[in-house]
Design a protein around this ligand. Structure first.
Ligand SMILES: Cc1cc2nc3c(=O)[nH]c(=O)nc-3n(C[C@H](O)[C@H](O)[C@H](O)COP(=O)(O)OP(=O)(O)OC[C@H]3O[C@@H](n4cnc5c(N)ncnc54)[C@H](O)[C@@H]3O)c2cc1C
Length: 377
């Protein structure tokens, strides 16, 4: 049988791509090297931020607005709770990239937002301790996605629409067929053919597509959870939004309120520790836990109680930290969705839609020129 599409990698992006292809009535096989919803890639760790006033670039805003619609649609289709709105605050000095960029996106796209000074921040969110010179951009629609539930929901939607999903099935190589399609070999010895392929390999992308000609780096980043030290009533999602904090003495720091009794989660956006997926240092040392606790303590003193857990995860960084979405110049039947640079999860629903457009129609109505592979040619 020749499928309409093969999806390689069934993490955040691949599960969404498989669901979108299958829901359009096309035949799709999805191949994943590990089991479903595993914790060895980039899509584990209980929570991901979703926000609209995108400081990184206003080009992301239309995509994130569509992503919200698709997350709600997926909740309806599967009955799962995937997105919890908590509001979000982006805090730093008025001149800093986080505040300026968030305001720029909010203004360019007419997004609902408020600019709060330090006193207003303290009043609205009493657990926070902003410095006198800090301000915050507050956006009400921001919130939390539950990544494991999201991936599971996309896999469920894909299977329900007829997708053939195969786990514990590493892809060893792929090539173009004489007929202009794609042939994929698996470690199990199977050969599968399709008219198109969608490669969503996450941190393994460079290995899967040796001819990519983009230098990708895999960065180890750790998520930490702490139990409240005092005033737990100020740390729940009704009193504390998700936050991002830019301070000169540390990398961008972000976190989540205490939801589902997990404790407050906090992490740095970059670590500067680069690795390979199979060599990733998964154990977390005391010193890095204490560094995170110190940053948390300076912003949310009530939250920096006993350590609950720390988990390592991987970013796949492109040179400019913007995504890679498009087809390969010399293999237009091969769609690449990768290099999400530590901020892709919120978009996975819309990336699935775009990947299905490109695989089945060769084009998409979404503006994806910002993410073109050719910018690194
Ligand atoms: C600590 C941390 C915090 C983050 N916080 C946020 C956030 O708050 N908001 C946000 O929007 N984003 C966030 N991100 C980024 C986001 O989680 C990622 O961009 C996103 O999950 C990447 O999805 P993916 O599908 O590319 O990768 P993955 O979900 O890792 O999927 C890739 C899949 O490909 C499979 N695969 C690879 N090679 C093969 C092969 N040869 N054969 C078969 N299968 C293969 C892998 O096993 C894996 O399942 C965060 C990331 C990390 C690490």
């Amino acid at each position: 049988m020749t499928y309409d599409a093969i999806v390689i990698g069934l993490g955040a992006m691949g599960s969404a791509a498989a669901a979108h292809v299958a829901r359009r009535g096309a035949s799709v096989v999805g191949l994943e090297q590990f089991h479903a919803v595993h914790a060895l890639g980039s899509s584990h760790g209980k929570s991901r931020i979703i926000r609209q006033a995108y400081y990184e670039d206003p080009a992301y805003v239309p995509l994130v607005l569509r992503a919200y619609e698709l997350w709600r649609e997926l909740e309806t289709v599967t009955g799962a709770t995937l997105l919890q709105r908590t509001g979000g605050i982006m805090v730093g000095t008025a001149e800093g990239e986080l505040v300026r960029g968030s305001l720029r996106s909010a203004r360019e796209h007419g997004l609902e937002h408020e600019l709060l000074d330090a006193a207003e921040l303290r009043k609205r969110f009493p657990a926070t301790t902003p410095r006198a010179e800090e301000v915050g951009v507050f956006e009400r629609p921001a919130g939390i996605l539950f990544p494991e539930e999201c991936v599971r929901a996309h896999l469920l939607a894909a299977s329900a629409a007829g997708a053939d999903l195969r786990f514990e099935t590493p892809v060893t190589c792929w090539q173009r067929t004489a007929g202009g399609g794609v042939r994929v070999d698996t470690a199990a010895g199977d050969t599968i053919e399709a008219r198109s392929a969608v490669v969503c390999g996450g941190a393994w992308l460079a290995k899967l597509v040796p001819g990519l000609r983009v230098s990708l780096r895999v960065e180890r980043n750790v998520m930490h959870w702490f139990a409240p030290r005092s005033h737990p009533e100020l740390l729940g999602a009704d009193r504390l939004p998700i936050f991002m904090l830019q301070r000169a003495e540390q990398p961008l720091f972000y976190g989540f309120p205490n939801i589902r009794g997990q404790g407050v989660k906090a992490a740095f956006h970059h670590s500067g520790e680069y690795s390979e997926p199979h060599l990733l240092r998964r154990e977390v040392g005391d010193a890095e836990i204490e560094t995170a606790r110190t940053a948390l303590s300076a912003w949310l003193p009530d939250a920096a109680g006993s350590h609950v857990d720390s988990v390592a995860c991987m970013y796949t960084l492109t040179p400019d930290e913007h995504f890679l979405i498009g087809v390969l110049a010399d293999h237009p039947q091969v769609v690449i969705a990768g290099g999400f640079s530590g901020h892709g999860f919120k978009f996975s629903s819309v990336v699935g839609e775009i990947a299905a457009d490109l695989a089945l129609q060769g084009s998409t109505r979404h503006r994806i020129d910002r993410f073109a592979l050719r910018r690194f040619a």
